[in-house]
Design a protein around this ligand. Structure first.
Ligand code: IFM
Length: 462
């Protein structure tokens, strides 16, 4: 390969994390318990019995971490605010100590010339709100709007870029249908209702923040994946339509077209009562946004298996699609077993550009879990992650060449962290964290990313 694959001037080079996955200090600084504190304590819910109680201790080490980011040359850092740190009870008075932590973090980033990007909800609902019904209850949407306004009011002088929710599909369907994420509910109708209330929460928060001033660049982070039928047959095509519907379009359509997709409503057959969503809700959900954050990890290849659903095993997160098989291919995989397919990223970005136009896009998460181990010299050679990032950045570049308004890329993740139900076994960081000592070691991928950032792109032609 010769030449270089350069990104446009102003392209944002970032890294992302989330509060519960890295902060620790779960009972410090006035933080209240979240649904993940409760869930992780239940035996068998999280691999190894791990919890986020200490995590990467970022709450105490944030200065060291921002210095690390500066050393990498990051232009932006996406982090989430822990709702129970700001409002321990999920409503009522804010905890000044909680807000101060995020002010100090933002200041430290700004001192290093790194743009703070805030996500308001990355799955750590205050337990007190779960006790009142959580996302199954409409009341939670209103509480989220109050919380969003409080955080925006406190940080708006420091933070320009805001996203409301991270991956509402996971919060709704992993949390309330499969029950493999907090709060561990296993009821399809509740999952669909939770999805709607999450979207209403997004809409009401957007309204509340814009009522304070016209300042925020506002968006949402969706996990989106292309869905490909395993064959040319009509049954597999229909399986792909259904998975695309309940995974991608259930969120994209209300946000960017103002209504739930008719075919998905029909597939869901009245579950969750979505067809009764009123005009007010839909108008709030569809209020114009400034950006869409795309979290991309893989492509789904699906086949219809009418002889299913299988008996036994945990309930499926794929509501109304329990008869769909996710077909494995011989593509290489990460250590989490996720197939690696960079071509899904440009395909997805081009689709968003064509079907949901005029949205500035950012890849707000993309990365890979490997079982990294430091070598005898204390270095962490992670060639597989470098290949992963290189391949996906090339896909992002192809999308830009194809006319997509893609403005930035955030690697998931800056640090090894608490990977939800997988605990600490799965390492997504470009910086290795030795959890017993909390020592940070930039992996080879961090050095590689630093070079890409400095060059404004990749070595070798597209
Ligand atoms: O770690 C998660 C993150 O919290 C949300 N997106 C996917 C990542 C990898 O599973």
């Amino acid at each position: 390969m010769t030449g270089e694959t350069l990104f446009p001037a102003g392209f944002v080079w970032g890294a992302a994390t989330s509060a519960y996955q890295i902060e620790g200090a779960a009972a410090q600084g006035g933080r209240g318990p979240s649904i993940w504190d409760t869930f992780a304590r239940v035996p068998g819910r999280v691999a190894g019995g791990h919890t986020g109680e200490v995590a990467a201790d970022h709450y105490h080490r944030y200065r060291q971490d921002t210095a690390l980011m500066a050393d990498l040359g990051l232009g932006a850092y996406r982090f989430s605010v822990a709702w129970p740190r700001v409002q321990p009870e999920g409503r009522g008075p804010v905890n000044p100590e909680g807000l101060d932590f995020y002010r100090r973090l933002a200041d430290s980033l700004l001192e290093h010339g790194i743009e703070p990007w805030v996500t308001l909800y990355h799955w750590d609902l205050p337990q007190a709100l779960q006790d009142r019904g959580g996302w199954a209850s409409r009341e939670t949407a209103g509480r989220f709007a109050d919380y969003a306004a409080a955080v925006y009011g406190a940080l708006r002088d420091r933070v320009a870029n805001w996203t409301t929710l991270n991956e509402p599909w996971c919060a709704a369907f992993l949390g309330h249908a499969a029950g493999i994420h907090a709060p561990g509910v296993q009821d399809p109708a509740t999952a669909v209702r939770a999805a709607h209330h999450l979207l209403v929460a997004h809409g009401q928060a957007t309204r509340a923040m814009r009522a304070i001033d016209a300042g925020p660049r506002l968006g949402i982070n969706l996990n989106l994946d292309p869905v490909t039928p395993a064959s040319d047959g009509p049954a597999d095509a229909d399986a792909a339509r259904r998975i695309d519907g309940v995974y991608n379009r259930l969120f994209l359509d209300p946000l960017f077209r103002g209504s739930y997709p008719a075919d998905v409503l029909q597939d869901l057959g009245g579950l969750g009562g979505l067809e009764e969503a009123g005009d007010d809700d839909l108008a709030a959900i569809a209020a114009p946004l400034d950006l869409l954050g795309v979290n991309y990890y893989r492509r789904w290849v699906v086949a219809a298996r009418p002889e299913w659903p299988r008996l036994g095993g945990p309930p499926s997160p794929w509501v109304a699609a329990g008869d769909v098989e996710f077909v494995a291919s011989d593509r290489p995989r990460t250590d989490l077993g996720w197939e690696i397919d960079p071509s899904g990223l440009d395909e997805l970005l081009l689709r968003l550009h064509t079907e949901y136009p005029s949205l500035p896009l950012y890849v707000t998460e993309n990365g890979a879990a490997f079982d990294d181990v430091p070598d005898a010299k204390g270095l962490v050679p992670d060639q597989a992650r470098i290949r992963f990032l290189d391949g996906h950045l090339r896909a992002a570049h192809r999308a830009i060449q194809g006319g997509v308004d893609l403005r930035g890329y955030f690697v998931w993740s800056l640090l090894d962290n608490f990977e939800w139900a997988e605990g600490y076994a799965m390492r997504f960081g470009i910086v290795y964290v030795d959890f017993p000592t909390q020592r940070r070691t930039p992996k080879d991928s961090a050095r590689w990313y630093r070079e890409a950032i400095a060059r404004g792109g990749l070595n070798g032609s597209p």
